[in-house]
Design a protein around this ligand. Structure first.
Ligand SMILES: Nc1ncnc2c1ncn2[C@@H]1O[C@H](COP(=O)(O)OP(=O)(O)OP(=O)(O)O)[C@@H](O)[C@H]1O
Length: 334
């Protein structure tokens, strides 16, 4: 079992990512900062459209042509050196060498990422053949071993199957195998279980925990599900309208949430030991259009604590430890 540490692996600092849609400019990521430490899981949580995926895709610059990083930085710490990932051209050989080898991603929908015309084995081996000086036979053996570790019976013979011969849960395991085959330092999992039924969801999440324990992989887990975050993550970044509004360890954020949005999110999901006796609440109102953001705090129109001061950009308040929240009213309403 590999221990969790406090050593920095990735730092995202004041990241801005924009998309241009016709004449509109969408600020999908609007000054996001967080850290990922070795062997730990950071959960990024927030409602649909708050910029979770755009943040994840910005780390490896996996953005469409009409999108790009407009400010801030992403730094990867490797063997005592820091590499400014956001400063590398998106098709540079340096960035390509990191993608899939040191930092890899798994996506929500395995069907969108698995190619139907290639066998599972070919697709898993491709990654390792691309990044390592290894023969096809050795790559196949490693792929079979990885699938076995991920609980696929008779893995060596299943390598010749095509994606349509795998069930949903098996496809997601194959995706994890593809992402893990090069033993990356960081695995970014973007809603990895949303498309699966709850039993398989639980199995896949357990597998990700095991992979982390066995290999010491850091994980960024993106989800809209606070329950999954409370179960899986060590640290949490709560996002709202392209910003991290609260950040800290799971204990700091779940036990003493200080942003009204985090509190509202927590009241809207059943969490063991946290809100047993309370009725679940919904968050009133809806998120504003990201291309027409109101001035000041974007949550103010939906917030019970909002006052005149919230028309101004809220400060990021340091709350002790790693805990911080972006709000004028962090001391109220607990
Ligand atoms: N390829 C794109 N082109 C244009 N706008 C985009 C693109 N991808 C995301 N956006 C916009 O950026 C904002 C953030 O989207 P993003 O997908 O990052 O949110 P999310 O929190 O991951 O949502 P979900 O949970 O629904 O996946 C949204 O307003 C979205 O419409």
């Amino acid at each position: 079992m590999v221990a969790k540490t406090d050593e920095l692996l990735l730092k995202v600092d004041e990241l801005h990512t924009e998309f241009t849609v016709g004449k509109r400019r969408v600020q999908a990521v609007n000054g996001v900062s967080f850290e990922v430490r070795r062997g730990r899981t950071l959960g990024i949580v927030g409602e649909s459209g708050c910029g979770k995926s755009a943040t994840a895709h910005s780390i490896l610059q996996l953005l469409p042509k009409h999108g790009g990083i407009a400010g801030g930085s992403v730094t990867y710490y490797k063997d005592g050196k820091d590499i400014a990932l956001s400063a590398l051209p998106r098709n540079s050989s340096q960035l390509r060498a990191i993608r899939g080898k040191e930092i890899s991603m798994i996506f929500q929908d395995p069907m969108a990422s698995l190619n139907p015309v290639y066998t599972i084995g070919n697709q898993i081996c491709e990654n390792v053949l691309q990044h390592e000086a290894i023969g096809r036979k050795a790559a196949r053996a490693r792929a079979a071993d990885m699938l076995t570790q991920l609980g696929i019976p008779l893995a060596a013979s299943r390598l010749d199957d095509y994606p349509h011969q795998f069930s949903g849960g098996m496809k997601q395991r194959a995706m994890i195998a593809m992402a893990m085959i090069c033993n990356p330092q960081l695995l970014i999992a973007d809603e990895p279980t949303t498309a699966l039924d709850v039993t398989i969801q639980a199995q896949i999440l357990e597998l990700m925990k095991k992979v982390q324990q066995d290999f010491g992989t850091s994980i960024i887990l993106i989800t809209h599900n606070m329950g999954i975050v409370s179960d899986m993550a060590d640290d949490i970044a709560v996002m709202y309208m392209g910003k991290v509004v609260e950040y800290g360890t799971v204990r700091e954020v779940l036990k003493t949430p200080r942003h009204p949005y985090t509190r509202a999110l927590l009241k809207s999901v059943p969490l063991p030991g946290l809100n047993k006796s309370e009725r679940l609440a919904t968050i009133p109102g809806s998120t504003p259009d990201p291309s027409e953001m109101p001035p000041g705090c974007p949550f103010a129109p939906r917030c019970g604590l909002a006052s005149d001061v919230c028309r101004e950009e809220p400060p990021e308040v340091e709350l002790g430890g790693h805990h911080r929240a972006r709000c004028w009213h962090t001391g109220e309403g607990a």
